[in-house]
Design a binder for this molecule. Sequence first.
Ligand code: 1HE
Length: 267
Amino acid sequence: MPPEARPPLSALLAVEMHGPVALVRLARPEKRNALNEEMVEALGAFFAAPPAEARAAVLAGNGAHFSAGLDLADISAQDATAGVFHSRLWHQSFRHIAEGRLPVIAALHGAVIGGGLELAAACHIRVAERSAYYALPEGQRGIFVGGGGSVRLPRLIGLARMTDMMLTGRVFSAEEGQAIGISNYLAEPDAGLALALDLAAKIASNAPLTNFAVLQALPRIAESDRESGFLAESLMAAIAAADQEAKSRLAAFLEGRAAKIGRASPT
Ligand code: 1HE
């Protein structure tokens, strides 16, 4: 179904297509894009079944911040049983982002806090404007990460840095976040979304099987034992190279019709 024919998943999630790139925006700026259950469910529903024509996505936030994290009102009266199911809902939704069909670029600015940072970590690439800052104030609030942060963030920035953020409330600036690997690209004010859309358009022009291999095979290989990894790599490489898309791209290069690889890359 074309996106304009689909009923909106939630008024708190705005989706528009830019060619093959789906731009998904958290649309609750009056609450600093604090993530309530409706938004987390809508994110999961979108990325579980993205529009057929979408080949990549950008996830951004409306207003001055990417996201202030979990809507603290959602859990203020929650018991332990409700809490564990609430956290599992986040896991299920974010899995559709991290392990879904689309490469997803997070375009970050302003607060990227708590569950907002967990959401950013579930994306495949992060672009951060200089206004971005990162914190895990769960320690101050008496709670714990529940959106996959304890699994994804140590892999992104290291266990010691995450421990520091959670125990001391340390806040990292955009520049620090770039240095420690939270963001892949640092953008000037108001330039982050355009850069993220450009990168997503490039990704959308890759061979679909290469994108599949990067999203589905690479993280599994990276987490598996070496010998299983080498074998899975050989199988994936052989399947990708045998695809017609690879054949025509390789022929284009060998016949001098393909672009050469330059040195410059954005930021
Ligand atoms: C919220 C939330 C929220 C704002 N839940 N309502 N996250 C936090 O601990 C971060 C809490 N938020 C903040 O520190 C600040 O709001 C900000 C630095 C992000 C922005 O400050 P500011 O001055 O621009 O906005 P504000 O006046 O603080 O907030 C505007 C409104 O948004 C206000 O509501 P209002 O009805 O009084 O207008 C705030 O209450 C509301 N708001 N953030 C609920 N987070 C899966 S587990 C993950 C665990 C976590 O994410 S813990 C981290 C939670």
